[in-house]
Design a protein around this ligand. Structure first.
Ligand SMILES: NC(=O)c1ccc[n+]([C@@H]2O[C@H](COP(=O)([O-])OP(=O)(O)OC[C@H]3O[C@@H](n4cnc5c(N)ncnc54)[C@H](OP(=O)(O)O)[C@@H]3O)[C@@H](O)[C@H]2O)c1
Length: 336
């Protein structure tokens, strides 16, 4: 008998999530039936969406999230022992899966991790997974960038932001990142190829942006929303494009009294800007295309990755709250 450990949501998050909002429990798994297979988690992803998505799900569920897991027992020839899968199985160490039964908050079914050679399988949760495809499709399909244009990316040193900036460089753009520390700014400009980086915690963003982008901004990849978004949007050029990917500056806010921010309509109207929200799963039918393109760029040395790895399933919560507070550079991962 396999004992799974799992985190159950016992309270909805209010403001900052608290360790007592989750309860670590054990569950005895039954023997496998025909068609089923058993996986053991190797890497977990902690992502900003978890903070807001759980608020609409029932208490008592296993905390939501993606993982890379190894198949350790199988009664399904399509999912042989030793292969790895990527799936939204939640914060649990062991899971029995049946491809014909899909029970997850996400419509995306678990899938076999493609052959990525000797690259770490954890990339299936980052550059070669959901954040990587968010960067790829969000930038190409919503920003529609052209060589020579200027793009600003907020949340620039995180999983999605650092990836967007690198693709933008591959495409020949002038790339400006906004992030929350001098170390992250240094990493973006010295290792990730960004042209400029602005520390929003210590620098006046509007003045600094006017200085480093006197030609104005053509594309804005928005991961944070709020005042930073307002500041960038007011420096955009005619027919600029805004890809609204996330709004992390408000995720821990009380939804009944969200922070007030700048009125954007005059800037959008006068410069005839296009602003579009998107969710990466819009491109589920092209998922593999994004993974394969990002894999190729990694192999060509054009995309670089960094992971901030927390060790131990018992430290899931710390990794989650740490990511929300900006402790991560690149992708935040938990290694079991
Ligand atoms: N639309 C989609 O399909 C989709 C998919 C994936 C992710 N997203 C969104 O994309 C954004 C980035 O996600 P990610 O997975 O790449 O996370 P991430 O950027 O790796 O981690 C979150 C980062 O947000 C920054 N942050 C936290 N509070 C902030 C605040 N008040 N103002 C500005 N920055 C703040 C922190 O960096 P600093 O040190 O720079 O503050 C932190 O490292 C999130 O908004 C997420 O919801 C959307």
């Amino acid at each position: 008998m396999v004992q799974a450990r799992k985190y159950v949501l016992v309270n909805y998050f209010v403001d900052q999530p608290k360790p007592t909002d989750l309860k670590l429990m054990e569950e005895e798994l039954p023997p496998l039936q025909d068609g089923e297979y058993l996986v053991e988690a190797e890497f977990f992803s902690v992502d900003p969406y978890m903070r807001i998505y759980v608020q609409n799900l029932p208490l008592g569920i296993t905390m939501i999230g993606g993982q890379v897991a190894k198949i350790i027992e199988s009664k399904n020839p399509d999912f042989p022992v030793g292969k790895r899968i990527v799936g939204y199985l939640g914060w649990r160490t062991h899971t029995i899966l049946n491809p014909n039964i899909h029970q997850s908050f996400s419509e995306q079914k678990p899938y076999l991790l493609p052959d990525i050679g000797d690259l770490p399988s954890s990339l299936g949760l980052g550059m070669l997974g959901m954040p990587g495809n968010t960067a790829y499709f969000g930038l190409l399909e919503i920003c529609k960038p052209k060589s020579g244009e200027t793009i600003v990316i907020s949340g620039a040193a995180g999983a999605v932001g650092s990836h967007v900036g690198q693709i933008a460089k591959i495409l020949g753009l002038n790339v400006i990142g906004i992030c929350g520390s001098d170390e992250k700014c240094k990493w973006l400009t010295e290792e990730m190829g960004f042209d400029f980086a602005i520390n929003y915690k210590t620098m006046p963003v509007a003045a600094k942006l006017r200085e480093v982008a006197p030609q104005g901004v053509d594309c804005y990849f928005d991961n944070v929303g709020g005042d930073i978004a307002g500041t960038v949007i007011y420096q955009m050029n005619l027919f600029g494009r805004v890809a609204l990917c996330g709004s992390i500056s408000s995720y821990n806010a009380d939804t009944k009294s969200l922070p007030k921010s700048t009125i954007l309509q005059p800037a959008i109207l006068l410069n005839q800007l296009k602003m579009e929200g998107f969710i990466a799963r819009r491109w589920l039918n092209r998922w593999n295309e994004g993974i394969m393109q990002n894999l190729q760029w990694i192999r060509e040395g054009k995309l670089h990755y960094r992971e901030t790895v927390t060790k131990g399933f018992e430290n899931m919560f710390d990794a989650f709250i740490g990511m929300l507070h900006g402790d991560n550079t690149g992708k935040a991962i938990v290694q079991v």
